[in-house]
Design a protein around this ligand. Sequence first.
Ligand code: MSP
Length: 498
Amino acid sequence: MSFYVTTPIYYVNAAPHLGHAYTSIAADVLARHHRMRGEETFFLTGVDEHGEPVTLAAAAAGVSPQELVDANAERFRALTGMLELSNDFFIRTTDADHKRLVAEFLQRVYDNGHVYEGFYEGWYCPRCADFKTESEIGPGNSCPIHLIELVRERERTWFFRLSAFQERLERLYAERPDFVMPVHAFNEVRSFVAQGLVDISLTRQALSWGVAVPWAPDHTFYVWFDALLNYVTALGYARPGESLERLWPAQLQLIGKDISKFHAIYWPALLMAGGMEPPCQLFVHGFLLGPDEAKMSKSRGNVLDPFSIIESHGADALRHYLFREVTFGQDGPVSQEGFQARYDAELANEYGNLASRTLNMLGRYCDGRVPAVATDERLRAQFAGLFARVDELLARAEISAALEEIWQHVRRLNRYVEENAPWALARDPAARERLTEVLASLAEGLRAVTVALLPYMPLRTAVLLDALGAGEHTERTFGASGWGRPVSAIAPLFPRSA
Ligand code: MSP
């Protein structure tokens, strides 16, 4: 069983922001979860370096496109480290191997008869790098995403015969009701296709910053085709011995809702044209909004800086916040104040405090060992379905719902401490047996929620599992349990903010 998960590749026209971090963390949570289940996992992310978004930004900065992409690609790569992403490869579309494989793939599409020469005239958003259809144009010929005026493009081009794939796409959607999740995103895609597909530009003559077209060297490939193909080209050179057959079709491709047309329509059509299978599933998530409820973006100046949050509170805290605050799949606002409130209430207090209390009591009352006694039957029953439920939710990429499920168990453990008041039991020699049962149950419950939280907060959970004396392998996987192991004290996991 293999699990191949991807993020979009991000434009390097500016520095990375929280929106980029968001999709990447989501993919990382899923990749870590599937690895923990013992599946052969491949997690791909990277950057999109060609096309107008980059050319325009380079011109504005007075540097060459290559200089701009080299500098900014490193900032995106640095973010993957800071976010603790476990990606197996970081693709750059300026990689020589990627460019070679794009040209090969699109030559095949040409040889298969899906390309013809023509003249394009229409409205274009240089920031989206998108040829807009009538239904996608905002008031006053504007881009509804970037709120800038669209440009009238008139140029000779080689068209990709997208219209010829209308029926095959409709059949794909009908046969695979979970091809695009959530359903509301799928419905939008289907109604767009139902309006009738038109052929789209595959090449650009006006733009030299891109992959040269083998049959028309004065053209470069339209940046979206070059970019989409990263998901298959990467498998051709990411690591020695890797094969497309082993990992393609990808199980899951995560995207934001701004790019569903490209991924749910152009992408499967392009793959079919090249003789390949479409991916198994696309998951379309919503936007992180600024406190002003507008899409977070640099041009609107409403961004929450991931770098500064990580510096002050660590990557785990940011990862936890994003999926607690905004239900994955929907839009929602995030803010510095919101972050602070959740950090204090949930991480410092509910979880961090539970961890310190449990370890301290094990130290004080049980000689620093998890007592080798049976656990509380009632608590055990309440934890029995946790792993299965998390598994089931994450299989559908319901990252927030799975985290909520885990968090309910963190809260259950806090109530268990209050209900049983181990410090009071400790004062009564006749209650010794109950005390050991309560503390063994707490240790086991804490281990279980911490294992379930591993994919979300890989750093602090590892510290806590060490302190809990969890064994290297089995006790860090779903379901396993261990008794009689020594525990150790630790500094607060999530120190209270000053
Ligand atoms: N380069 C293209 C994608 C090519 S994929 C073959 C692109 N890049 S982008 O830099 O604009 O990033 C787009 C992705 O970043 C979105 O689809 C989404 O995953 C993420 N986000 C950017 N801003 C976002 C928010 N404000 N909120 C959530 N995610 C956002 O489009």
